[in-house]
Design a binder for this molecule. Sequence first.
Ligand SMILES: CSC[C@@H](O)[C@@H](O)C(=O)COP(=O)(O)O
Length: 351
Amino acid sequence: MNDTIIDSSLRTVEWKNNKVVMVDQTKLPTELVFVEYDDFNQVANAIKTLVVRGAPAIGVSGAFGLALAVLQSHATIKDELLSDLENARKILFATRPTAINLGWGLEKIMNVAKSGDTVEQIKELVISEAKKMAEEDIEINKAMGKNGSVLFDDNDTIMTHCNAGALATVAYGTALGVIRATRESGKNVKVIATETRPIQQGSRLTVFELKHDGFDVSLIPDTAVGYSMANGLVNKVVVGADRIVKTGHVFNKIGTYQVATMAKQHGIPFYVAAPLSTIDLETKAEDVIIEMRKGSEVTGIGDKKTAPDDTNVINPAFDMTPPELVSGIITEKGVAKAPYGESIPKLFQAN
Ligand SMILES: CSC[C@@H](O)[C@@H](O)C(=O)COP(=O)(O)O
């Protein structure tokens, strides 16, 4: 680990001197490395290879990718610039299919671009909107944290899965934002983080950022979720989400469904924290695409092989948790409870 100071000003992704700067999450927890991009194709590759990951963080990264695309374009008229942007949008959009925030961020920027008249004006509009989205992400996470903190009590031990933390957002986090806000409200909480095989976002990222932040955090293998719940080691769960549909079906990191099912079995409240930008009012649960990733993530850990050659692998990156397992959905506009078909649309009316 280099000696870069990690403090509350650390941004997972940001715009600096007409470049996109990101924490390279593939290097954590051993090295804190920042990468700098001036080409939207590099941003697309960073999203695809998980240099940057987490639904809100890839939403903002997509927006910054389009901000680079306006700077890269040689267009002299509006239509040419919009066509260059559309080309970049498609490349960025094709990187990862499940988290809706990516498409949301790209669409937001495209709409802003279309509202401009001249090439110069569009360039300014796109860059300032992308920067605004990054700043708003932090505000939204803090509002979400505050709304969620009332659901947690002094001395709770909270389980979380994957990384829905500062590193999955621009800063502060969604599920970990709720945990941070709970502590900021004066309550003492402990955290149990699942390892989250195969890419280990739990051990590499969640434990890294919570330890850095001075939390009492314990790491468990994914296989110890049932043990922890059955033995009274945990009394609440909060996770993030990559997409939530109108019916309250939650798409999140693979393994979330197992955690939620086990929580139901033990009468442990299971909460989901996500911004409104993660909610998809249009798509039906059965139509959401689950990203399937390469088998080598499962047949090895890093460079070390852990399965025989030519092993068949099924490696879905996300799963779906049905609404009957979800105790509440925490957003920046309030907490939705079942029936979600009614409470989720109401969150948008409050907007
Ligand atoms: C706040 S993002 C939602 C998370 O809970 C989680 O599913 C996640 O980190 C996203 O997966 P990832 O594959 O790491 O991009």
